[in-house]
Design a protein around this ligand. Structure first.
Ligand code: PLP
Length: 384
């Protein structure tokens, strides 16, 4: 095993899913929907397979999909123009997009700033590029940026900062003021902004609530925007994502992507074109649907005694467990939830480099049918 890999701690999320299956628990651990994707997408994927679209795609993405992503981006964010020929690379999900970006643009010995808590891939992605993660805490209870800590985190070795908005696991949506601060620091320290916006359409602040960092003055020419079909269209298994970045960065990302995976599945890229062409109402309905799911789960959790801040976006709620877990042992608490209560969740320590920081937290995911959430709530009421 390489020393890089030996430094990774294995995700407990997979263990929770195994335990969940073994105990017949309601699985609110992993962020995947238990409802179908839009029927138009299934038809488009089936038609592409029927039409024998079975061979390697253009490595950096089929032209029709790149064109459709650029058009949809301009439609949703007027003023943001993306050249599909030079500024887009289609990848195998946001996961590959992030690894390819790090390998393409970060040097061994560089530092990459990550907010904590964070989606658990960012640390390993940074390490795979030979760089060192530098963590900046988001402060409870509102998960705000500590400006002094962020300023202090920048050094001459800082190559990139990773933003994730809307944010997994906290549900935070980065504000204009926070993004302006990040823009100021990125310019001052000549740093890249790598932003994961896979939950862009799942936000509850209304129109304009989500601000893509690439549209913030000072960031356009130094931002890599990562996105994917996974969450917006409920197709986490399709593995189609993309990067939008300036031409010089895209050239490097495409080169790495070519060696990593060659390309994302051809027929599912064809279905991606259909996804990009869905009407604006699809996105308003999507946000409303997730708002209803949030409003089913969060008040019930608060009522039981979990401490929480309602998420403004994404489809998770990160809760304090102080009322139930005096020992601050999140892994034992979550194990008990699965085996005795029958609900699977993710221990908070999964989202921190120092597990102690998240030892009194647990994350529940709500991309689930209403009856799934109600079954979970009924079981959780045994915690009383
Ligand atoms: N980024 C974030 C913040 C996520 O929460 C997830 C999945 O949960 C991913 C990326 C993975 O995205 P993809 O399925 O496109 O690889």
């Amino acid at each position: 095993m390489s020393t890089k890999v030996a430094s990774f701690t294995e995700s407990v999320i997979r263990e929770m899913t195994r335990l969940s299956d073994a105990h017949g628990a309601v699985n609110l651990s992993q962020g995947l929907p238990d409802f179908p994707c839009p029927p138009e997408l299934k038809e488009a994927a089936a038609a592409a397979v029927d039409g024998d679209r079975n061979q390697y795609p253009t490595t950096f993405g089929e032209s029709a999909l790149r064109t459709a992503i650029a058009a949809k981006t301009a439609r949703v964010y007027p003023g943001w123009t993306v050249d599909p020929e030079t500024e887009l690379c289609v990848t195998c999900g946001a996961t590959e997009a992030m690894v390819a970006t790090m390998l393409a643009l970060v040097e061994p010995g560089d530092e990459v700033i990550l907010f904590e808590p964070h989606y658990e891939n960012y640390g390993p992605d940074t390490v795979l590029a030979g760089a060192r993660p530098v963590y900046v805490p988001l402060r409870r209870p509102d998960w705000t940026i500590d400006e002094d800590a962020l300023r202090a985190a920048f050094s001459p070795r800082t190559r990139a900062i990773v933003v994730n908005t809307p944010h997994n696991p906290t549900g935070k949506v980065f504000s204009r003021a926070e993004l302006d601060l990040i823009a100021e620091l990125c310019q001052r320290h000549d740093t890249l902004c790598v932003t994961d916006e896979i939950y862009e359409h799942i936000q509850f602040l209304g129109p304009g609530g989500h601000i893509p960092p690439a549209t913030v003055p000072g960031l356009a020419d130094r931002t890599v925007t990562i996105n994917s079909l996974s969450k917006t269209y409920a197709v986490t298994g399709w593995r189609v994502g993309w990067t939008i970045a300036p031409e010089w960065a895209t050239r490097a990302i495409r080169t790495v992507h070519d060696f990593l995976t060659v390309g994302a599945p051809t027929p599912l890229q064809a279905a991606g074109v259909t996804a990009m062409e869905l009407p604006a109402t699809y996105y308003t309905d999507l946000a409303e649907h997730y708002r209803e799911l949030r409003d089913t789960l969060c008040p019930a959790l608060a009522d039981l005694g979990f401490e929480l801040r309602e998420p403004d976006g994404a489809y998770y709620v990160l809760c304090g467990t102080g009322a139930f877990d005096r020992d601050r042992d999140d892994v034992a608490f979550v194990r008990r939830l699965v085996t005795e209560i029958g609900v699977a969740a993710v221990p908070g320590s999964s989202f921190y480099a120092d597990p102690a920081q998240g030892a009194d937290l647990v994350r529940f995911a709500f991309p689930k049918r209403q009856d799934t959430l109600r079954a979970a709530i009924e079981r959780l009421s045994d915690l009383r």
